[in-house]
Design a protein around this ligand. Structure first.
Ligand SMILES: Cc1cc2nc3c(=O)[nH]c(=O)nc-3n(C[C@H](O)[C@H](O)[C@H](O)COP(=O)(O)O)c2cc1C
Length: 201
């Protein structure tokens, strides 16, 4: 079984609706380490050694966060700046993360339709996430398309249930080391067959 590290960053988790639901089903699962960065490091003082040890122990790294100003919340960026050290994560002797899988799990207030050339946000989510993709690649990781729950401002209870179930299925598939049916047209893991199935009643 592949081990999964969920690096979670939500500055206002106590007011969260969408992420609270998503997290509820995966945080206590066997083989998943749920690592709440704002809970652990409210002062932004990240324990580098602890983070490196955690990364080393896991096969799959998930950056899970709400989309804030087309990016991650600041503590997640701080984590990237501090933890992904030269000659450890990248550079001539930096191979600690090589061949691990990595992806973003995000929630956006904006609906899917507004994240395109003709929409209000002009660019796709995948384009906004390019720095994460390239960061993962520079560290020798395999970057997967994101899992995104979009349009959270108007999300219905049914949709939230569906996405929560899909997130569980995504974790299942990652734990089992399954290969996703990703084509060059696949923008989101949400669309892949492995996890895009109707919820069990
Ligand atoms: C400071 C801030 C910035 C935000 N920026 C964006 C954004 O750039 N794009 C977007 O679609 N939604 C944006 N949102 C909306 C959040 O992504 C949305 O409220 C969140 O994903 C909902 O998840 P939650 O219920 O777990 O908080 C922003 C919200 C806040 C508070």
């Amino acid at each position: 079984m592949q081990s999964i590290l969920v690096l979670f960053a939500h500055p206002k988790f106590e007011h969260s609706k969408t992420n609270k639901a998503l997290v509820s089903k995966i945080q206590n699962r066997e083989g998943v380490t749920f690592h709440d960065l704002y809970e652990l490091y409210p002062d932004f003082n990240i324990d580098l050694q602890r983070e490196k040890e955690l990364l080393t122990k896991h096969d799959v790294i998930i950056w899970h966060h709400p989309f804030y100003w087309y990016n991650c919340p600041p503590l997640m960026k701080q984590w990237i700046d501090v933890v992904l050290e030269f000659n450890w994560a990248y550079g001539p002797q930096g191979n600690a993360l090589e061949n691990k899988k990595c992806l973003n799990v995000i929630t956006t207030g904006g609906a899917r339709e507004v994240y395109c050339t003709s929409g209000n946000n002009h660019y796709s989510v995948n384009e906004f996430l390019r720095p994460f993709e390239q960061t993962a690649r520079l560290c020798g990781m395999e970057y997967l398309p994101p899992f995104a729950v979009m349009g959270t401002h108007k999300i219905t209870t049914e949709d939230l249930e569906l996405h929560t179930h899909q997130y569980e299925r995504l974790i299942d598939a990652l734990q089992q080391g399954k290969t996703f049916d990703i084509t060059k047209h696949c923008e989101f893991l949400n669309d892949t067959q492995l996890i895009n199935q109707t919820p069990k009643k």
